[in-house]
Ligand binder design. Sequence first.
Ligand code: GLA
Length: 740
Amino acid sequence: MITFNEKSGIFKLDTPHSSYLMGIVDGKYLSHLYYGKTLGGDDLAYLMQDPSMAPGPSVLPGEKVSFMDSCPVEYGTSGTGDFREPAISVWNEMGQDACELLYQGCRILEGKPGLPGLPASFGEQAQTLEIDLKDPVTGLLATLSYSVFSDTDVIARSVRAVNEGNNSLRLTRCLSACLDMEDEDFNMIALHGAWAREHLPEKRTVGYGGTVTESIRGIPGHDANPFYLLSAGNADKEHGNVYGFVLVYSGNFLGKVEKTQFGTIRAVLGIHPEKFSWLLTPGESFQAPEALLGFSADGIGALSRNYHDFIREHLIRSKYQNMPRPVLVNNWEATYFDFNEEKLLSIALAAKKAGIDMLVCDDGWFGSHRNSPSGCLGDWTENREKFPTGFPDFVKKLHAMGLKAGLWFEPESISPESELYREHPDWVLHVEDREPVQCRNQWILDLSNEGTVQYLIRSLESMIRRTGIDYIKWDMNRPLVDIGSSALPKERQGEISHRHVLAVYRIQEQILADFPDLLLENCAGGGSRFDAGMLFYSPQIWCSDDMDPVERLLIQEGTELVYPVSAMGSHVGSSPYGITSRKTDFDSRALCAMAGTFGYELDITRLPGEETAKIPGQISLYKRIQPLIQKGDYYRLASFRENGWLDCVEIAAKDRSEAIILAVQVLTQPNGRSFRMHPGGLDPDIHYRVKELRPGEMDSDTDDSDSGNVVRGDILMQAGVLLEPVLQDFYARLVVIRRV
Ligand code: GLA
């Protein structure tokens, strides 16, 4: 609910468990007053007496910098005395950087409007507050927008800048969120890593000068993610104040938290100002992407659950969000480039027998010579040597077997060795007089060129139409460099990185509109574009190229901090595993992949007999727990990252009828004893049967079994579920807790 008290000049936004307050200071400045646990009542005017907002009735002209640099503002500006991290910077025609935003007016709307050209949350039970702030000198109007929803503690924020002046302006930054707060001894937790070890949480104390998470790679990258949280000094999984910042965006980003000279905090999030500028001629506007602010007074676990629910209910649009996702087999790590139709059909046959739903043909199916990672990107028609009767015919055969069919594309890239490059050398992103830099033997297409965008829409759509495929894996295997376009004038070259992201959104939007039954999975060399923006288009994203279960436990733990388990593309890989050489057990690989979309990515025609025999049981177990994975509440019970031996994830049904615990003992504990896991999300007053499925028993979970202990929910949550010690590395077990 949103209210505006005209007398006190206070805006109050209430979510079920949090309040967010702003006030108009001195009739002109929009100040931030409070964000935290719900405040009842409306006697809040005293908050405006904070001395840092004080020098009223009007800001003293001789001491204006003191005010500008200390007042907790809602959207910090640059060049007029606020030396904290600005949210917006505007250059006038002379290239001079100054802006002061003064309150103009507000509107409270029912519902949640979308954002033109950008992914954005949606919801019917929502209200939106728009506040207009204007710089009287340049004429720049900034409309701050805040949406609250009846069922969630997430607030969606965004900003639109319009040039209402008579001269051209240049935005050199336009961030999505800015939050000035009292210091609560905050730590920043952000996700970092590298290829094959993405999304590893790192906790840092917020200090003077700023604590940063960022990307200027054109995509979020393996080493960062457009998300961070701030946990108050004493906060942990279950207790304390935690604030979340998620950017619904898939390109360069800046997340920064700064401790100021007065010991207060400014936190910002938005498109990275580096590699960004946007020309606004009179009348033109710029829309910044959406930021999702979250608050929990009950620790990090509750914040993660809030975000999981929000992303599932208010951000992922795909009809597959609530439908059983197909269990797939992907041929990439089974064959790499060495395959043809015959080989794929043998995999398909084994897949069908095992109960798999879909075969995905990965890299190498297209162009004249794509037998290694060089060549043919851009030539999106099938290789007739590999598919002698054509790909449509191959898809027909899969469909006739009762399997769905999927295809890999990497639309944003172009190979120097491609027909496309020979025909359109000017479509490559490049800087004048420089040979563009290759990465994985490829360049990036210039998506600020409309011809390129239309070519991609045409060629992808023609392939989908001709073949009748059911699924696309959209990959992106390199960062953006040589950021220059021959399609744009010089004053707009600073717009290319953002225009690239907008074009990716536009192409995916168009394809999904034209093929509403298509299941899209995004990917970027594993998880380097795993973000809330991509989830608006695809309900699942390939989480990492690393399927070693030990590595995956770490990667998935970080990803689950904010993104729903149901969105994580995860497959069973081979052993010993290519990337790590580690040998692991088939059951632990499967259990690990079940906390995600589930599939196989190894040559299932060549497995040892006992492993082949296990696949149908693994699939039937996954299908039984899939509704929980897709809709349940996530609790982290033990972290291998923290304890060095055991990983435990619980998923509890929203109606509290059932929960599962996926437990992987990575390393055995010598001289260990039994240990207890404390599940959450159970009904304290009802009885549950607790059953532990050990390796080899994964397919024996039936509802009618009366084995296992029957215990009341409150006892299970407080005294814990007992797990016996086992002397075995990579030992996976599933605990099923079901209402009797
Ligand atoms: C990327 C993806 C992999 C696979 C290869 C194919 O690395 O992350 O899953 O599709 O490309 O080249």
